[in-house]
Design a protein around this ligand. Sequence first.
Ligand SMILES: NC(=O)C1=CN([C@@H]2O[C@H](COP(=O)(O)OP(=O)(O)OC[C@H]3O[C@@H](n4cnc5c(N)ncnc54)[C@H](OP(=O)(O)O)[C@@H]3O)[C@@H](O)[C@H]2O)C=CC1
Ligand SMILES: O=C(O)[C@@H]1CCC=N1
Length: 267
Amino acid sequence: MKIGFIGAGNMAKAIIDGWVARKTIDTKDILIHSAHRNNYESYANRMGIKAYGTNSDLVRDADIIFMAVKPFILASVIDEIKEVVTEKKLIISMASGVSLAEINDCFGDNKEIPTIRIMPNVNVEINEGMTAFVRNKFVSDIIYEQIKSLFDDLGRTLEMPEKDFSIFVALAGSSPAYVYYFIDAMARSGVKYGLTKKEATEIAAQAVLGSAQKVLVGTKSPMDMVDEVCSPGGTTIAGLLAMEEAGFLTAVVKGIDATVLKDQATH
Ligand SMILES: NC(=O)C1=CN([C@@H]2O[C@H](COP(=O)(O)OP(=O)(O)OC[C@H]3O[C@@H](n4cnc5c(N)ncnc54)[C@H](OP(=O)(O)O)[C@@H]3O)[C@@H](O)[C@H]2O)C=CC1
Ligand SMILES: O=C(O)[C@@H]1CCC=N1
């Protein structure tokens, strides 16, 4: 089974790096092409991946084709490859805001191309990703399960109706950036009080990691855990109320709203 990547950017590399770390796929079975030769060739040489000179040549040799390009160029890339995409190939798109129906329309001529839409996040690189899946009716159960199991090696996976993809983008696809930003804000506060940025970042990141793990393994709600940390008359409740006065909850919800709206505007 040959797996081709059109695009060699952040997401393609995160997925491939995650598979390499787990030895999920032999790099000899991965093919790659992107816009700039110096980018995809140097990455391919470093990883032992086969580099292709054109998208169409890659598609001819691949069984599965990941579309790892920005949403606004997806249609032009499909236009470039559609002559060589047969109904025996599997297309996997990770483009935010582009539906299965829109992808199908790009192939035209009523072609029945098996297509899976995924929404991964960058944490697949360290096998701690969160990836949503949905497929069109041309993807068999066997193939779908095979692809999902490849992503099980990269973290958690979830099958979702397409209508929920925009909120998934906000909560999982984009949210690593929001969490990194939160960690950086905490670290900066540490610097304000005389810690080095390095030590403050490590302290903040470990606190976030442990808190997230406790949410995932626990039976309590996050709000119950908030209450457990807030000692009566203590430091935490003082800090929490000051954050809330500055609009913490509203800021987060507004950020998620803006992400959802942006994703929906891509349709
Ligand atoms: N970044 C993220 O955290 C996430 C991204 N996504 C989705 O993943 C997709 C890729 O995003 P991301 O990796 O961040 O983007 P990048 O900008 O990092 O990568 C885009 C890639 O597309 C390549 N490219 C551009 N034009 C062409 C073309 N005509 N033919 C072949 N390759 C081309 C670029 O080539 P070159 O490098 O040579 O210039 C680059 O490697 C997007 O659709 C995005 O919505 C989904 C979830 C999370
Ligand atoms: O910012 C973006 O558009 C992409 C989609 C999810 C994460 N990054």
